[in-house]
Write a protein that binds this ligand. Sequence first.
Ligand SMILES: Cc1cc2nc3c(=O)[nH]c(=O)nc-3n(C[C@H](O)[C@H](O)[C@H](O)COP(=O)(O)O)c2cc1C
Length: 322
Amino acid sequence: MSAQTDRRAALPARLLLTVAPMQDVTNLAFMRVLTRIHCLPDFWVTPYFRSTSTTCAMAEEPLRCIMENPTELPVWAQLAGSSISALLRDAETLLRLPVAGINLNVGCPSPLVNRHGAGAALLRNLPLLREMTQALRAHLPPESWSVKCRIGWESALEFPRVLDALCDSHPDMLMVHARTRKQLYSGRADNAAVRLAVQRAACPVLANGDIFCMDDAQSCLSTVQPAGLMIGRGVVRNPFLLRQLRGGPASTLQELQLYDAILLEETGRFLKRYSPVGHCNRMKKYLSFCYADFPAEIEYKLRRCTNPMEMARLLQSARVRA
Ligand SMILES: Cc1cc2nc3c(=O)[nH]c(=O)nc-3n(C[C@H](O)[C@H](O)[C@H](O)COP(=O)(O)O)c2cc1C
């Protein structure tokens, strides 16, 4: 039996897969791309809607993921906020739309969001986190309450108490990005913390962080044994990873080139006010996760490119291996 067959055989039959929400990246354009290349998750989670007492949460980009969802797959609407009344108000508004449920963001490290006590800042305000999650649970229908969290503000030692607070609100699903706020996106994802969540939570737990290939996924699955995986940057870099995790073949070079071309097309189609420079700038938000696979001179030119036709030409020679 080949190593590849071995790996596939070891994957759980009913592994839940989803794309990690990423502002300006996992938007409607990206949903359309995954649909066109037939690499779909089990469900979607929108990038966060900011919920404050003065702001209406209906930001256009995450709203389009819900209203123009190109698939039949469920979409969870993610909220980031620190005002319980605003969160309840916005959850209620979102639940009138075709959403599967509400996902609370307890991990965003943005200084702006954290200054307002939202996102990862909730990790160091457990009384508020507890009150907020209980209020949302009480307000939301069954099967429609989930949380995406980091494992602490400073240190993973904080996670058991964070987890207690979250579990007390009986979430229907938990997604754990295995990093602290202090780590931002660097350092190693701490799989032991996610394992703790799998052991303690009564709901399905999805592991998130640093899954870029089948070996990463396999090592996470064997140590954490989660109900599923939530993958962000790895799917932008190679969306065929979702297909592989379903037991399908790895991507070919031609498929990755087709992905790049479709991404460029859908990114342009997505823009409401089109300009060639705006189109290229949008595209660079995805490409920043792909440069690691590109030759340095192509990366250099892509970073400076302001013409979509030139970008298309550069992308044709950007992939040198599958
Ligand atoms: C550009 C960018 C935007 C992000 N936006 C969100 C967001 O809106 N909501 C959220 O919960 N996490 C957000 N994240 C975090 C990702 O969902 C994910 O937790 C993180 O990238 C780690 O997973 P990965 O290693 O699979 O990418 C964002 C990350 C990046 C890089």
